[in-house]
Write a protein that binds this ligand. Structure first.
Ligand SMILES: Cc1ncc(C[n+]2csc(CCOP(=O)(O)OP(=O)(O)O)c2C)c(N)n1
Length: 607
């Protein structure tokens, strides 16, 4: 069939299993070709094609609601709901989102981007349907890594024994998070996978025996299995557990989904899929390189900020041994080499930011130097733990806040725009951002060697100019002050991180006699330098690629009002707006943060 003709999933209902299989093959070929051009979540989507076809075959979306945990694995859902023609714009400015998106389709009824939300949302959907007296099932697809998230367990704990609602939880088990799944849940699932024969027999009993005998047997079985095999965690939590099922066998999936519809309690359908199915390299990938792939034409030269920080920390091990707690982002945060070189100083804790923060706090209390890398957006998950266990108690944890600022293609759920405000509210927190590679190394050194407070080093998603290697890295003492990148009389341009390059460029292009000030210590502020520039009474621009609610700008305003300074001051920031997916430069422009916007603001300030 011509995939471009798909308008909605109804056409599936009359198709035969063989035709559905052919369709899966066509979608797989399309996705491999299309994602290799645009970039996107390759492996996860190649693993869910048959599942999503079966879901749309059995259920009636949007009356039946589908929730995809994270939402990165739902490309087939996008195709079956009539969006294939937009795939050439996937993750691009004004194009198709890489995640579920309320604005794109009535079939997208849960947006997330952050792992672990689907089961809570499922309970919400089911209760809403009940209150509104609306028909329809709720079906949540959760990966074997996302189900280990604390939030997933909070919801699992309730749904299994809630007799007012019935949810269908599809546990999509591919043994992978981005890299390998970790922890005891993962081990438990491995044990389930080895129980296939037992499961087949159980399926047979359920077909041939009447209900009351099944119920009786179920009780006997639980006792017996508890004795013989240890129990099934999902059954213990009150669910009917069905599985493990081959997640690429459409016929089997349809059979089991139809059964799940008829069960009068919540069901966990455990399916086994292969991440990257149909793409040889992705199938063999045990590291996570193919979880998300970049657009072919967007490969930039140089190395990423994440790699700089990871290399710095490796080099720093000669000076001090530090422990890294990694919440599931080893590949993106570029810590695979660190993990290999220092296995006894590294722990992947899975998608568990809250746990990671509290664990870091207690290690710090035991005087272990801990480095905690968190993407800015995922650090939000651990607000309470960072606030209560680290900041309140003044524990010396060093944070690497990665993907700070506009993130580009991942879009609104992944923007790193709130971390400065978040950390600013926290007592004892020191917040920094390096301008270049050299400063990154020095801040890391300073954070571990000269600080006793919780210490944040934030860095963006982009690429650094100069490639650095391990043996080039040197650490120097750094003062907790701001520095002048350029000096001048007429105005002061203040920022931190690589955004300073924009200000330097504006200065150059406009032939300005201006200070360009590197506020590398975002908190605490450099009061001496502020006095120095304020006394000149010249105008000030504070440029921050983040929300300015509670960031550097209001601190400078507070300083000015305390000391009675009345300089003209202007803030450029991304405040109270949602930044969508798209090219980094496009987003800067769209939100009046690009070079030409800087120049316009400077002109106004000088007029
Ligand atoms: C709170 C949070 N932390 C980290 C991530 C980054 N992340 C996106 S997908 C993913 C792995 C998900 O694995 P799994 O749930 O097993 O789904 P799969 O991709 O294997 O289908 C991670 C860690 C995230 N989205 N949310």
């Amino acid at each position: 069939m011509n995939l471009n003709d798909i308008k909605d999933p109804n056409f599936l209902k009359t198709m035969k299993p063989k035709e559905l299989k052919t369709l899966a093959g066509e979608i797989r070929s399309f996705l491999i070709e299309s994602i290799s051009e645009t970039g996107g979540h390759l492996s996860s989507n190649l693993g869910t094609i048959e599942l999503i076809i079966a879901m749309h075959y059995v259920f009636n979306s949007p009356e039946d609601v589908f929730l995809f945990d994270v939402g990165h694995q739902a490309y087939t859902h996008k195709i079956l709901t009539g969006r294939i023609n937009q795939f050439q714009t996937l993750r691009q400015t004004d194009g198709l989102s890489g995640y579920m998106n309320y604005q794109e389709s009535v079939h997208d009824q849960w947006e997330s981007g952050h792992a672990g939300t689907a089961l809570s949302a499922l309970l919400g959907i089911l209760y809403a349907k009940k209150i509104k007296n609306e028909p329809g099932f709720g079906v949540a697809v959760v990966g074997d890594a996302s189900i280990t998230n604390g939030m997933s367990f909070e919801a699992l704990n309730l749904l299994g024994t809630d007799h007012l609602v019935q949810g269908i939880v599809i546990l999509n088990d591919n043994e992978m998070s981005i890299s390998k799944s970790v922890g005891s849940i993962s081990k438990t699932l491995t044990r389930f996978r080895s129980m296939k024969l037992f499961i087949k027999m159980k399926r047979l009993w359920q077909i041939i025996l009447p209900n009351f005998i099944l119920n009786f047997l179920s009780r006997v079985k639980r006792g017996l299995r508890g004795f013989l095999q240890r129990q099934n965690i999902f059954e213990d939590l009150g669910y009917m557990y069905v599985g493990p099922i081959d997640g690429h066998d459409i016929k089997g999936l349809i059979y089991n989904l139809e059964r799940a519809q008829k069960v009068k309690k919540s069901v966990v359908l455990h399916i086994i899929t292969e991440k990257g199915k149909g793409h040889t390299e992705a199938e063999q990938d045990t590291i996570g390189t193919f979880h998300g792939v970049s657009k072919a034409s967007s490969m930039q030269k140089g190395i990423s900020w994440s790699e700089v920080i990871s290399l710095d920390l490796e080099a720093f091990q000669k000076i001090k041994k530090t422990f890294v707690i990694m919440p599931a982002m080893a590949v993106g945060a570029k810590f695979m080499n660190f993990a290999k070189h220092f296995p006894d100083r590294y722990l992947d804790v899975g998608i568990a930011e809250e746990h990671a923060a509290t664990m870091a706090a207690s290690m710090a209390h035991q005087c272990i130097p801990v480095f905690l890398p968190l993407y800015a957006t995922f650090a939000q998950r651990a607000f309470d733990q960072i606030m209560n266990d680290i900041a309140r108690s003044d524990h010396h944890v060093v944070f690497g806040i990665d993907r700070a600022g506009i993130v580009g293609e991942d879009g609104s759920t992944h923007q790193g725009l709130y971390d400065v405000s978040m950390f600013y509210t926290m007592p004892n927190m020191v917040i920094t951002m390096p301008y270049n590679e050299k400063e990154a190394a020095n801040l890391l050194y300073y954070g571990f060697m000269k600080q006793k407070h919780p210490f944040v080093i934030r860095y963006p998603r982009g690429i650094v100019q100069n490639r650095i290697s391990l043996d080039e890295i040197e650490f120097e003492a750094i003062d907790p002050t701001w520095t002048y990148l350029e000096k001048g009389q007429d105005l002061s341009l203040i920022s931190y991180g690589p955004s300073l390059d924009l200000l330097l460029q504006a200065r150059l292009d406009m032939h300005l006699d201006a200070n360009v000030i590197n506020a590398r210590f975002i908190k605490p502020i450099d009061e001496n330098m502020l006095h120095e520039i304020m006394k000149k009474r010249s105008p000030i621009l504070v440029y921050e690629e983040c929300s300015n609610t509670g960031s550097l700008y209001p601190q400078i305003l507070k300083f000015m009002s305390t000391h009675g300074y009345t300089n003209r001051i202007q803030s450029m920031s991304i405040t109270d707006v949602i930044v969508k997916h798209g090219h980094y430069q496009d987003m800067l422009k769209k939100h009046d943060m690009d070079l030409s916007s800087v120049k316009k603001v400077i002109e106004v300030l000088q007029s």
